[in-house]
Design a protein around this ligand. Structure first.
Ligand code: 3PG
Length: 399
């Protein structure tokens, strides 16, 4: 159901679930892509005379307020981009929020504080989620689900809220699905998926499903070290999901059975510490423990030989989906892997999709332009789960 199904919206209060989970550094937004992506729906709703209550999460606070996860800077940036005031209230639900909502006129926009400051948003207990969703629902006459980045989450503002009000998908969600369908409906082959990033346990699970669909998987970023450890290598102080080792061994065996190539880097950049100015060197991927930093060695990027190899595979692919930076691209010493992969995506003649807040932020921070890629998706986990063919709660509830 799209916005059109909601009927005339003049003077009606519409709650819009956005994904405004943008990267922040010392309170400054380092990539505003997700805010920009949310504007199409917001502009359209304003023009229809609706009164807008925007809701979103930011980061992963644990059900209580934390100043560093406040959405206040997002309201300021959105107001600049929209060219209109975006009100902000430092509360998600409660008397102050209710008063701000009551004060809205036609076309006005209000952003509520981070949903995840409330335990009900992400609670495992459905009745708690329902109760929180009911408090949110009381603010509006209709609900628009436009946070594509969270449609894979069964959370109060994504799932339960949509059951309590007349609901529809926003323009961003619809546009994302139009593009991602190209990857699931008979993608051109060879089809390569590049996986990296830091949400390791979230992403390991998608691999078994991807093995049924792709020709090649390139593994970099944080999850790489769990793969190396699963092959019996010492990864010293690198990020490691110890309890996933058997699972990863299973993936490697399954890939072999299916004839899917899983390419792991042959070299990595290790550092003495997690710091931009840390001493670092390139070592073979099976020799991290033998680097000059001993057990302190921490892998922070794929090595140059691996980056070139990944680039070659990408250039030879007809479809490429990339999710997750190859290393700590925010630090120049560890940005080469991510930069080389991004460059290769701009050079292949294949159809390319960059998925996820961090990957999108990475390509922009490294000086690439959105237009150089087939599509930059605002959803990371969401786009991956869509590609896996999993039912996405935030979409199912709108069907
Ligand atoms: C994302 O960054 O992928 C979305 O905003 C979802 O965030 P989450 O993984 O913390 O639910």
């Amino acid at each position: 159901r799209t916005i059109d199904s909601l009927g005339p919206l003049r003077s009606r209060t519409v709650i819009v679930r956005c994904d405004l989970n943008v990267p922040l550094s010392d309170g400054v937004i380092t990539d505003d892509g997700r805010i920009r992506a949310s504007l199409t729906t917001i502009r359209e709703l304003r023009e229809s005379g609706a009164r807008l209550v925007l809701i979103s999460h930011l980061g992963r606070p644990k059900g209580a307020p934390e100043a560093r996860f406040s959405l206040r800077p997002v309201a300021e940036r959105m107001s600049e981009l929209l060219g209109a005031p975006v009100g902000f209230v430092g509360q998600t639900v409660g008397a102050e929020a209710a008063e701000a909502v009551r004060g809205l006129g036609d076309g006005d926009v209000l952003l509520l504080e981070n949903l995840r400051f409330n335990p009900g948003e992400t609670s495992k207990d459905e009745s708690e989620r329902r109760a929180f969703a009911a408090e949110l629902a009381a603010f509006g006459d209709a609900f628009v689900s436009d946070g594509f980045g969270v449609v894979h989450r069964r959370q109060a503002s994504v799932y339960e809220l949509a059951q309590l009000l007349p609901s529809a998908a926003g323009r961003l969600v619809a546009a994302e699905l139009d593009v991602l369908r190209r990857l699931t409906d008979d993608p051109a082959r060879p089809y390569t998926v590049v996986l990296g990033g830091s949400k390791v346990s979230d992403k390991l699970g998608v691999i078994s499903h991807l093995l049924e669909r792709v020709d090649t998987l390139l593994i970099g970023g944080g999850m790489l070290f769990t793969f190396l450890a699963a092959q019996g290598h010492d990864v010293a102080s690198s990020l490691l999901e110890q309890d996933q080792l058997d699972t990863v061994r299973g993936y490697l065996a399954e890939a072999e059975r299916r004839g899917v190539r899983i390419v792991l880097p042959e070299d990595v950049v290790v550092a003495a510490a997690f710091a931009a100015d840390a001493e670092h060197e390139v070592v073979a991927a099976d020799a991290i423990g033998a680097s000059r930093f001993g057990e302190a060695a921490i892998g922070l990027d794929i090595g140059p030989a691996a980056a070139d190899r990944f680039a070659e595979v990408i250039r030879d692919s007809a479809t490429v989906f990339w999710n997750g930076p190859m290393g700590v691209f925010e630090m120049e010493a560890f940005a080469n892997g991510t930069r080389t992969v991004a460059q290769a995506l701009t050079e292949t003649t294949g159809f390319t999709v960059v998925g996820g807040g961090d990957s999108a932020a990475a390509v922009r921070a490294l000086g690439f332009d959105d237009q150089q890629f087939g599509h930059i998706s605002t959803g990371g986990g969401a786009s991956l789960e869509y590609l896996e063919g999993k039912p996405l709660p935030g979409l199912e509830v709108l069907a």
